[in-house]
Design a protein around this ligand. Structure first.
Ligand code: XMP
Length: 319
């Protein structure tokens, strides 16, 4: 008879046992997994934990602020918020290849995190919000048995390089269980229920070159889309929904003027673990409403399309 309350107690005891009086650092990604891991570990060992939030500037609208206020305000957990968006966007200038983007972001993330960890000093343990599907998939992220489809930015490399021991209290859990544990730990529902967000962030939702301007355009369109999804009461029925900004310009007409702007694609899928996915069948009125709002409210977009590709053969993210 297994409950989350028992899991919480057991894990807290295990973390105390493993860590003793040692120091732990935890990288927050802005997502649910690392946040739940951090809150659980903090409950176990208090201020022996320091969280580092490497803010690459590729988050969704308002997301970075939410993480910071949740940790500092709500939980009073020590948090270093490192705004390194200039470093990331600078390095992404001129980069258009999806794997090159992923590799640059992964490497830079690790460099920044490592430098922060050194600054804190003396941490022997590294905490990660690794889930069970990550454990299975880390060999070949979303690929078949031997092909790597996409290099994954969160797992691998870091602990060996930093010569640290891992604390991974969520290793046996699936996403829905992590959410349940998050609620058990008192994390707000809106936070716990958030759709998954990839480590490389908006960079892999902007095919072609990533610039600050493009990120800003995408963030606005994405926020409108998600707001409409929440208003329609559909958010929890969807595994992931997001906008993609295409590096394609098309001609349009607005008022009595010609427009020549970018295309925005909308993606929404249902899934249980991200390994396979089906498209979410919105009704036409909903999609029209979102398209109209985005085109009217977001400067730089004059056409909206809906992605009808399931996984496989598509992947969930576009890159
Ligand atoms: P794909 O695009 O491969 O994505 O179908 C499957 C799930 O994984 C997420 N994803 C990532 N998550 N680091 C992450 O933490 C990554 O590098 C990464 N790439 C994709 C994606 O959002 C989806 O939920």
């Amino acid at each position: 008879d297994w409950t989350m309350a028992e899991f919480r107690k057991t894990k807290i005891a295990e973390i105390r046992e493993q860590v003793g009086s040692g120091k732990v650092i935890c990288g927050l990604s802005g997502g649910v997994d690392s946040a739940v891991a951090a809150v659980l570990i903090h409950e176990a060992i208090g201020d022996q934990l320091t969280c580092v939030f490497v803010d690459h500037g590729l988050m969704r609208m308002g997301e970075a602020d939410q993480v910071v206020s949740l940790f500092r305000g709500h939980y009073n957990i020590p948090l270093i918020h490192k705004d390194v968006s200039a470093l990331f966007l600078g390095g992404l200038a001129g980069v258009t290849d999806p794997e090159a983007k992923r590799k640059f972001i992964g490497k830079t993330f690790i460099d920044v995190f490592e430098a922060e960890a050194k600054q804190i000093g003396g941490a022997e343990f590294l905490a990660q919000g690794t889930l069970y599907p990550d454990v299975i998939e880390s060999v070949s992220f979303t690929g078949g048995p031997s092909v790597t489809i996409k290099s994954h930015h969160n797992v691998g490399g870091l602990p060996e390089r930093m010569n640290m021991k891992l604390v991974e209290p969520l290793r046996e859990l699936f996403k829905d269980e992590v959410r349940e544990l998050g609620r058990e730990l008192g994390l707000p529902d809106v936070f716990v229920g958030r759709h998954p967000f990839p480590g490389p962030g908006l960079a892999i939702r902007i095919p072609g070159e990533v610039t600050r301007e493009r990120c800003d355009v995408l963030r606005k369109a994405d926020a409108i889309y998600l707001e409409e999804i929440r208003n329609a009461g559909l958010y929890d029925a969807i595994w992931q929904a997001f906008a993609v900004l295409l590096p394609v310009k098309t001609v349009g007409v607005m008022g009595d003027g010609r427009t020549y702007d970018n295309v925005c694609a909308l993606r929404a899928v249902t899934s249980t673990d991200g390994m396979t996915a089906d498209i979410y069948p919105f009704d036409a009125a909903f999609l029209s409403r979102v398209a109209t709002r985005i085109i009217n409210e977001v400067k730089g977009i004059n056409r909206v399309v809906y992605d009808y590709t399931s996984k496989p053969p598509g992947t969930i993210e576009w890159e």
